[in-house]
Design a protein around this ligand. Structure first.
Ligand code: J2J
Length: 538
């Protein structure tokens, strides 16, 4: 019987039936995927990380052992487990072990801190939290201990060791393996992915095995992923792009090899490309630019690279045009979202399409609408709001009925908040955004979340957070702050930054620029004019 998880909006029956009839939803689960690949590619290398090489057989065996460990803790089908790990092989082992049990990983980003994690645990009622002892100034053990005190639902914390010492994970893997069995159904929610968020807190996105794996299989086909693919994983490992477009799951489904990198900067990525003969990498535009402009390019042999996939934020046509001639590889643009819809430029497309559009949807059943402010459909070529419904796009966020009423139409189209133009062939070009969100080099930030935290400071009267143009990141965050008492000059810029850090806010959300002002520019109707602030804020 399908698992009933409260707070999830299911696909209506007639849609689910259609998606199955058409062969999009095949009935495979995430753990089916791994064990099938392990059977077909047992001795081939699934994951490379530092000097570790993990074969498919080893990975599957470790996953079963770890599943046994989680099972012994009492983690069961439907239980939520917050997974908070950087780009380490343990991420892959942990999420697949949870998939095997039918437990639901909540995919935090490694850059998240106490404030975000607390919210994920509270909002999902998570019973367990898996993190790493140390990462980028983050102290996992201390945070876990603190959360155990403050979070009533949290029964277990599991700390991965960053230096390979005797770890909680090793202890969990010491007992018997969980025998192979089907412990979740394909229509079950497989995990909770994060949205960028436009309101106070990031929304959680329930993705089912059936819908997600459809997008993964099609991504493999569209990006030419095979068992010969060697993919560099330099973007944050749990991000939707990294997971599924075609991502970690795409490579594992095809029997290819993942090369995990701490990040995607040229100094880290180029030596790995040379050493492991990497064929494919996913990048955000700011990293693609860094690769193009890097002096290190001539020092390494990047000749194995066949394709880079660039997405997460708008890639300028001028930069896109340089990829082929300067990096000597192909480019596919990817315009995707954790809520579902993913668009790719196709490998055979003409150059103008590849550099100037963000591709077209994966599925013939992705119902894309481009509408005006009153939800009226616009003709091709005109700019409008992008709405979408389809076989791998959610029908609602997790436990968010009020927000869902605004983010979805009555007939189930997701309001992406992106402003696009569609051409006669169905290719989309992203021209802007109508949602209140900052896209900082592909990392999404909700201004409201930062504003709410800053307003928690006693000496602050008002605040407005906006994205201001930035050459490399596309946008940076700027906070305009009105202090209660201008005369004492408190807090200072540094003081305010420290305040946000102490609140446990992820470092990437701390405003790049802070300016103290005495009033905000107003719109005609007397609201703060964020548009004026964006333009003047550089
Ligand atoms: C302009 N804006 C883009 C692009 C995403 C693949 C790739 C990316 C994501 C992702 C993803 C863009 N040009 N090429 O999940 O599977 C902006 C849009 C979009 C939002 C979604 C995937 N690619 N964007 O970025 O959930 O505004 O997913 O609505 O993080 O990023 O962000 P996110």
């Amino acid at each position: 019987q399908a698992m009933v998880l409260d707070g999830v909006v299911p696909y209506p029956d007639e849609f689910a039936e259609r998606y199955r009839e058409k062969g999009y939803w095949t009935g495979q689960t995430h753990s089916d995927l791994l064990f099938a690949s392990a059977a077909d590619h047992a001795d081939e290398v699934a994951v490379i990380a530092g000097d570790r090489r993990i074969t498919y057989a080893r990975l599957a065996a470790d996953v079963s052992l770890l599943a046994g460990g989680f099972d012994a803790l009492g983690i069961r089908r439907g239980d939520r487990v917050v997974v908070h790990l950087p780009n380490v092989p343990e991420f892959v082992e942990v999420v697949f072990a949870l998939f095997d049990i039918g437990a639901i990983p909540v995919l935090a980003l490694a850059s998240h801190r106490r404030s975000e994690i607390e919210y994920f645990i509270e909002h999902t009622g998570a019973r367990a939290y898996v993190t790493i002892d140390r990462h980028d100034g983050f102290d996992g053990a201390a945070t876990a201990a603190e959360l155990r005190e403050t979070q009533p639902t949290l029964e277990h914390t599991v700390i991965v060791s960053s230096h390979g010492g005797g770890t909680d994970l090793a202890r969990l893997m010491a007992g018997p393996a969980l025998p192979r069995a089907r412990r979740s159904l394909p229509e079950d929610v497989a995990f909770l992915q994060l949205s960028g968020g436009t309101t106070g807190r990031p929304k959680l996105i329930p993705r089912t095995h059936d819908d997600y794996l459809y997008s993964v299989r099609e991504s493999d086909a569209l990006c030419g992923v095979t068992d010969r693919t060697v993919q560099l994983v330099g973007l944050p490992i749990s991000h939707n792009f990294t997971m599924s477009s075609p991502g970690i799951l795409g490579v594992l489904a095809a029997g290819g090899t993942l090369v995990l990198a701490a990040n995607g900067t040229p100094d880290v990525a180029f030596p790995l490309i040379e050493e492991h003969r990497v064929t494919q990498a996913a990048l955000v535009p700011s990293l693609a630019l860094a690769w193009l402009n890097s002096a290190l390019r001539s020092r390494y042999d990047l000749g194995s690279l066949e394709t880079i996939l660039v997405g997460g934020a708008k890639f300028s046509a001028a930069a896109a045009r340089r990829v082929g001639p300067e990096l000597g590889c192909g480019l596919q643009q990817v315009f995707g979202m954790a809520e579902g819809l993913v668009n790719y430029t196709r490998r055979g497309d003409d150059e103008d399409t590849i550099v100037a559009t963000q591709g077209r949807p994966i599925s013939p059943d992705d119902e894309v609408r481009v509408v005006d402010d009153d939800d009226r459909d616009l003709p091709d070529g005109e700019e409008g709001h992008l709405l979408v419904r389809g076989p791998y796009t959610i029908r609602g966020y997790y436990r968010a009925p009020d927000h869902n009423a605004r983010s979805f139409t009555a007939d189930g189209f997701y309001r992406t908040g992106d402003v696009v133009r569609r051409d006669a062939r169905g290719y989309l070009t992203v021209v802007g955004r109508s949602k209140d969100q900052i896209n900082r080099g592909g990392e999404k930030i909700s201004p409201e979340e930062i504003e709410n935290l800053i307003l928690g400071h006693d000496a602050i009267h008002d605040v407005s957070v906006v994205g201001v143009p930035d050459e490399s990141l596309g946008e940076r965050t700027k906070a305009y702050v009105i202090r209660r008492d201008e005369s004492d000059g408190q807090p200072s810029v540094l003081g305010l930054r420290r305040f946000l850090r102490d609140r446990g806010l992820a470092p990437y959300k701390i405003p790049d620029l802070i300016e103290f002002v005495t009033e905000f520019p107003l719109t005609g109707v007397g609201k703060t004019s964020k548009r004026d602030q964006r333009v003047k804020g550089r």
